[in-house]
Design a binder for this molecule. Structure first.
Ligand code: ACO
Length: 382
């Protein structure tokens, strides 16, 4: 086996796909979707258009966007028995587990068992992007004992999600920041959940199986769960004046203490998504007043720059997203489901790309176990 590539934990620096969807330059704070800077998309585009761009490879024409948007609005409602399923889930269950289960169930309600028909595949993509906000909002409400709110076709994707969650329309600034959050989280090349979507897709499993598996992968604290941890950390600090003593105490205990929301495998400068999010957050805070946690976060970034900056450890996208969501009164455990509502566009782009010239993923392993072991009969085992 001369071609065998030696085991690398976490597949670090191993190319697992050839992809034309997004590019990251971690030294230059660059993230581009199909060659377009994410900062530009967050400011100029909308989530619907960005989703098309990711999946189709080009910006849509006016007509394509209007038709796509219309199809999404029409696919937001979910089957009444899916609502029954949501009501059967325990209120104490985590919203990511509920989302994973209900997305897998979509496959039973809207079957797409063979993936050889591009029209059916595209319909599944539309349904998945359209239905995720409905599923997240429905579980967020039923666990609080509230009625599920039906989607509204006259609202765009971000505004409709907010409306289904809270029963009221967002202000323009809140709509814009939510929409931008979805764009900023929509794609990030070969991360764990995207890789998961591609691996499951490579077996030609249905798209609902691919996306529900990706949601499972995203739910882990090393991946999508960090924004929840950031908020707990800011609450532990308590106030901007306590940032320096808090960090000094942490470093005295453990010189390698990890600050949540800092650091990234690829970015060695400040994550460009964190910068954009911060700018947009200021617009929201003009309406909601600046939350204390945001002031603490700013001070933490300032203090950490001196300590961790020389190592290339700076705020990542999750450092500010939690404070924004908190200012919008979104419960902490719904932060990662919102990440999924955005990332589904990237997962589907990768799923479609994987199907195009698919080869099933089947890596090698280095066997380090026993050889020629005897079978000891049960009664003779100690
Ligand atoms: N705070 C302080 N120091 C850090 C941090 C941090 N958050 N992250 C990395 N470092 C330091 C490490 O101590 C290490 O220092 P050393 O060279 O002196 O040993 C160096 O930077 C490299 O760190 P690694 O852990 O090897 O980096 P890796 O690429 O494996 O990990 C990760 C990246 C998991 C994101 C890490 O930075 C981390 O745990 N951050 C906190 C959790 C977090 O915010 N996750 C969200 C990531 S973004 C996302 O998923 C959307």
């Amino acid at each position: 086996m001369s071609d065998l590539v030696k085991f690398r934990p976490g597949l670090e620096n191993v190319e697992a796909a050839r992809s034309a969807i997004s590019e990251i330059d971690g030294q230059r704070a660059m993230l581009e979707y199909r060659g377009i800077a994410v900062e530009t998309l967050a400011k100029e585009s909308c989530f619907e258009e960005t989703s098309w761009l990711l999946m189709k490879g080009e910006l849509p024409t006016q007509r394509q966007l209007a038709e796509f948007d219309h199809a999404l609005r029409q696919s937001r409602s979910i089957h009444y028995r899916l609502k029954d399923l949501i009501k059967c889930l325990p209120a104490s269950g985590h919203p990511m587990d509920a989302l994973q289960a209900t997305v897998a169930a979509l496959g039973a309600f809207y079957p797409c068992r063979t993936v050889s028909d591009p029209t059916k595949n595209w319909e599944a993509c539309i349904r998945l992007i359209a239905a995720l906000p409905t599923l997240v909002a429905a579980f967020a409400r039923t666990r609080r004992g509230e009625e599920i709110i039906e989607p509204r076709e006259d609202l765009d994707h971000a505004a409709n999600f907010y409306y289904m969650t809270f029963g009221r329309e967002p202000t323009p600034a809140i709509r814009k920041v939510l929409d931008a959050c979805l764009i900023l989280h929509a794609e990030h090349n070969m991360n764990a959940s995207t890789f998961t979507a591609r691996v499951v897709g490579s077996s030609l499993a249905n798209p609902y199986a691919s996306i529900s598996s990706a949601i499972g992968s995203l739910s882990g604290p090393l991946h999508g769960g960090a924004n929840e941890e950031v908020l707990l950390q800011l609450e532990e600090i308590g106030s901007p004046e306590k940032v320096k003593p808090w960090l000094d105490a942490k470093l005295a205990k453990d010189p390698k203490h990890k600050v949540m929301g800092f650091g990234h495998r690829i970015y060695k400068v400040k994550d460009p998504r964190a910068t954009v999010l911060q700018e947009l957050a200021e617009h929201v805070f003009a309406e909601t007043s600046r939350p204390k946690n945001y002031e603490i976060a700013l001070e933490l970034e300032r203090v950490c720059a001196g300590v961790y900056g020389p190592k290339g450890v700076f705020p990542n996208v999750d450092f500010y997203s939690g404070t924004v969501y908190q200012a919008l009164s979104i419960p902490t455990d719904v932060f990662t489901p919102i990440f999924a509502i955005g990332r589904v566009a990237g997962w589907l782009a990768h799923w479609l790309e994987q199907l195009n010239g698919n080869r099933i993923y089947r890596p090698e392993q280095e066997y380090v176990g026993k050889k020629n072991a005897p079978y000891v009969p049960l009664e003779k085992r100690p």
